[in-house]
Design a protein around this ligand. Structure first.
Ligand code: GLC
Length: 555
């Protein structure tokens, strides 16, 4: 039985992430826009999802593609107008699709008027909205930016350095200043009053900085050294009290470098902070031996299994989780977690089975539902500031293009930002412009929505079936979880169960045949879903899994 108090509407969401610049261009300028998203709402609805998370759509110089906001109450002109936004919101609601906005308040753009003011003089009323330090003693500390180089830049008018954990055009806001917090709460209310349904909060665990901004331990993970300052939970509780508790809304905090304990302190049912967070534990499983991010590694599936098991055990019954395999900051899931060549279809369906059968709200990223893959870029085709800065930094240190490209092409963020592939016409049907803002993956003739619609066995139709299976089997949403054969390197199998229902999920993680011989007699049991037709049994009545086979069976 599922306990009544466990049931919550936001736990039953399946969220579809839209990267507006790359979804659908209705105006012909080579950049996706809000009208384009509205045009495609019926498609989004057809997936069976019930919420859309929109990456930032606010006014921005787009140094970091909208994560550098210069006006929180206006829409980026390239994407449309406020009226276009209201229409999108209204049309989404008509279809029972919620709209979750991105809240980027660890930093603003350096072109935000607060920062322009703040830079003018040490006495400016906005000066204390940011972190400035006297330049006379040199660079204030050893912090580095996520986007290469020092996290400090010089501001001449005041003879100070200012802090930017991301690009130099993304100065960090000083949350210690109550006025900053009030401004943020007002921005949130502005959007809630307009009718939006929730926020995904960008790097929210970085907002409270360590007092005195001490040097970091250079061996420590970057995110860990900046995250969960001492006031973080105070701020979250205040935000909840002042804003979130007043609206029917859903919240998810992006929290790099989070331990399960820190997560529980944030999403615990008794905490009154956030509904769920995005943790990053499954992301560095293919990093280099010294933690190098841009590294053409291989995912360690044993660790993958351990990560998801650990998070379930830690949170179950106490707080809620989210499940994602990719987003706009990560490479394409099918290229990373499986085989995007010969077994692209099988892999993508296997990953969908995993993602939609775990405890936690699933987030599907645009194009994941048709198995879009990583893309080849030449360095001059990079659009992402992280890739561009890293490439410049490393070539300056003497590394060659040949040495750098494999890691960048495997892990780079531009992989997931190539335009949505709708059909086999020009630019994959994304835009009729001659130049799109970022390269279109040339494989669009083969991989696109149109082809997928026409094939009942497509990845797209499998996603739809799997989303339906999740909706029809609440055990997949609310049930407990137990891993089966934790040490099996080839198979990830687990049970999802309640007092009166038990489902078994079996995933072949390899491109070979493997036997699932865990002692269960599954011959006469009902299959809920599978990515191959039928089930192959051997003479001992054990399941013979085919490459990347996935299935869910009711015990
Ligand atoms: C988050 C965003 C990423 C952005 C960064 C800085 O990680 O997802 O795209 O670059 O924050 O805002």
């Amino acid at each position: 039985m599922i306990r009544k108090e466990e049931e919550k509407w936001w736990k039953e969401l399946v969220v579809y992430q839209v990267y507006p610049r790359s979804f659908k261009d209705s105006s012909g300028n080579g950049i996706g826009d809000l009208k384009g998203i509205t045009e495609k709402l019926d498609y989004i609805k057809s997936l069976g999802v019930n919420a859309v998370w929109l990456n930032p759509v606010y006014e921005s110089p787009c140094d970091d593609m909208g994560y550098d906001i210069s006006d929180y109450r206006n829409i980026l002109r390239d994407l449309g107008t406020m009226d276009d936004f209201k229409i999108l919101l209204n049309e989404a609601h008509k279809r029972n699709i919620l709209i979750i906005m991105d809240l980027v308040v660890n930093h603003t753009s350096d072109e935000h008027e607060w920062f322009s003011e703040a830079c003018k003089s040490r006495n400016n009323p906005y000066h204390d909205y940011y972190f400035f330090k006297d330049a006379r003693n040199g660079i204030p500390n050893n912090w580095v930016s996520f986007f290469s180089g020092s996290a400090w830049d010089y501001n001449e008018p005041t003879d100070e350095y200012y802090l930017h954990i991301f690009s130099k055009k993304q100065p960090d806001l000083n949350w210690e200043n109550e006025k900053v917090r009030r401004e943020v709460y007002d921005i949130m209310k502005f959007w809630f009053e307009m009718g939006i349904d929730g926020f995904r909060m960008d790097v929210i665990n970085l907002i409270s900085k360590k007092p005195g901004l001490p040097d970091r331990d250079e061996d420590e993970d970057l995110a860990e050294s900046y995250s969960f300052g001492p006031k973080f939970h105070d701020y979250m509780k205040e935000m909840n009290r002042e804003v979130l508790s007043k609206y029917k809304c859903v919240t998810v905090g992006e929290c790099p470098g989070t331990t399960v304990e820190q997560a529980l302190d944030t999403v615990g049912y008794d905490r009154n902070e956030l509904h769920m967070i995005f943790h990053f534990d499954a992301m560095p499983l293919d990093s280099g031996p010294n933690g190098e991010h841009f590294y053409p590694g291989k995912v360690d599936y044993q660790k993958f299994k351990q990560v998801f098991t650990k998070w379930h055990k830690a949170l179950y019954g106490k707080g809620w989780n989210s499940i994602y395999l990719m987003n706009h900051d990560q490479p394409r899931a099918v290229s990373r977690f499986g085989n995007d060549g010969k077994y692209r279809e099988e892999t993508a369906k296997m990953l969908a089975t995993f993602q939609l059968s775990m405890c936690g709200t699933p987030y599907i990223y645009q194009g994941e539902e048709i198995g879009m893959t990583n893309c080849h870029f030449e360095p001059e085709e990079f659009r992402d500031i992280q890739m561009i800065n890293y490439y410049a930094e490393m070539t300056a240190k003497g590394y060659s293009k040949e040495e750098l490209l494999p890691g960048l092409l495997y892990k780079g963020r531009d992989n997931s930002r190539t335009p949505m592939q709708w059909d086999r016409t020009k630019n994959g049907g994304f835009s009729n412009a001659d130049n799109t803002w970022i390269k279109v993956n040339p494989n669009y003739e083969k991989i696109n929505v149109d082809e997928s619609e026409n094939d009942p066995d497509s990845i797209l139709n499998y996603f739809r079936k799997m989303i339906k299976a999740r909706k029809n089997n609440k055990t997949l949403v609310y049930g407990d979880y137990d891993i089966i054969e934790p040490d099996n390197e080839k198979i990830y199998a687990y049970k999802r169960f309640t007092d009166n229902d038990e489902l078994i999920v079996i995933l072949n993680l390899t491109d070979g045949e493997v036997t699932f011989n865990s002692g269960y007699n599954l011959k006469s049991k009902a299959e809920i879903i599978g990515n191959y037709s039928g089930t192959k049994f051997n003479k001992k009545n054990e399941i013979q899994l085919r490459p990347y086979e996935a299935k869910i069976i009711r015990l």
